[in-house]
Design a protein around this ligand. Structure first.
Ligand code: FE2
Length: 332
């Protein structure tokens, strides 16, 4: 059931899901929150709550712990495992003395707790503060979406790099999986694939699109895209795992890379992975000053770089494994 209050239109952008199997509690919460200007969606059990989350994308979720079927703690756990909902604040509503429920709730990723009987002031205050937090998170996400749009705009400036970011993101994640990475690392590889060259926004077309070899001063300018990109990403907390990729994807193990001439393990692992995928994709694509090189030629180049101790053997082999897997016929 959905109640859309028009009492305070300015606050009505917040949607709250209330899941509780007790009719009187559900109705009370609904009345109190609708009076605050929130749009309220209600569910009487865990399955209905999960369906309504998919349908309405609420900003704050209140879950009774004891519900038939899937209980509140399990609903919370599933929401926190889903990338689409893991940043949505979840409040578990428990009995006063239910310490065990609270411990399980913390383990399931609950953001906050309310104890029954819930005081109306506490309910309003808790929902207000969590909805502010959610709007802040949404604003950060929007900022990141703007960054990705910016990166794709940069790619569009140079028609020969079309699809580079998308291929890089997908391939970097495959390499990460082959290396046994998970969670935040795979997420950073995916976003880093899109954002690694975001700093090229600061490089003039005369250098970025030059149909020939760069002069030394032009190359020095081009190298700056790593530091410019890092500075652009710095204000966004949500990009903290992506910044090392943006800054260090041109570093090489022997210290010959840029911008800092890092050596060996000083180079962040995810930046090394993106660096390898970046080189392969660039060399197997047409450029204004040369035609695309064949996969065998570029594979040999990567192995030579390993022999020269510029790329990690482990990461290059993981990358080549992903190429072999992609080329293998599907088993039906
Ligand atoms: Fe780059």
């Amino acid at each position: 059931m959905v109640v859309d209050s028009s009492l305070r239109p300015s606050a009505a952008r917040t949607t709250v899901l209330v899941a509780d199997d007790t009719d009187s509690v559900r109705l009370l919460f609904q009345k109190l929150l609708a009076a605050e200007g929130h749009t309220v969606v209600t569910a009487a059990d865990g399955v209905a709550a999960l369906d309504l989350v998919r349908m309405h994308r609420p900003d704050v979720i209140l879950l009774d712990v004891d519900m038939p079927g899937i209980d509140g703690i399990e609903v919370c756990r599933r929401l926190k495992m889903d990338p689409a909902t893991r940043l949505t604040p979840v409040v578990l509503v428990t009995g006063l003395s239910e310490l065990q429920d609270r411990i399980k709730g913390i383990e399931a990723g609950a953001d906050d707790f309310l104890s029954k009987p819930v005081h109306p002031h506490e309910l309003r205050a808790r929902v207000a503060s969590l909805s502010r937090l959610k709007h802040l998170v949404d604003a950060l996400d929007s900022a990141e979406a703007a960054f990705v749009a910016l990166a794709l705009t940069i790619e569009a400036r140079d028609p020969t790099t079309k699809g580079h970011c998308e291929r890089l993101a997908a391939r970097a994640v495959l390499v990460g999986r082959t290396l046994g990475l998970s969670g935040d690392d795979l997420d950073a590889l995916h976003r880093g694939g899109y954002l690694h060259d975001v700093g090229k926004i600061g490089i003039p077309d005369s250098v970025l699109l030059k149909a020939g070899p760069l002069t030394d001063p032009e190359f020095a300018l081009m190298k700056r895209h790593t530091e410019i990109g890092d500075s652009l990403c710095a204000p966004l907390q949500s990009l903290r795992h992506v910044r090392p990729i943006v800054r260090s994807h041109h570093e090489r193990l022997d210290g010959s890379g840029y911008p800092n001439g890092l050596r060996g393990d000083e180079i962040p692992m995810l930046a090394q992975v993106v660096g390898i995928v970046d080189v392969y994709d660039a060399m197997t694509s047409d450029r204004p000053y040369r035609e695309a090189l064949g996969p065998d030629t570029v594979t040999k180049f990567l192995l030579d770089e390993v022999a020269e101790r510029r790329f990690s053997r482990t990461y290059v082999e993981a990358f080549l494994d992903t190429l072999r897997m992609s080329a293998a016929p599907l088993v039906r």
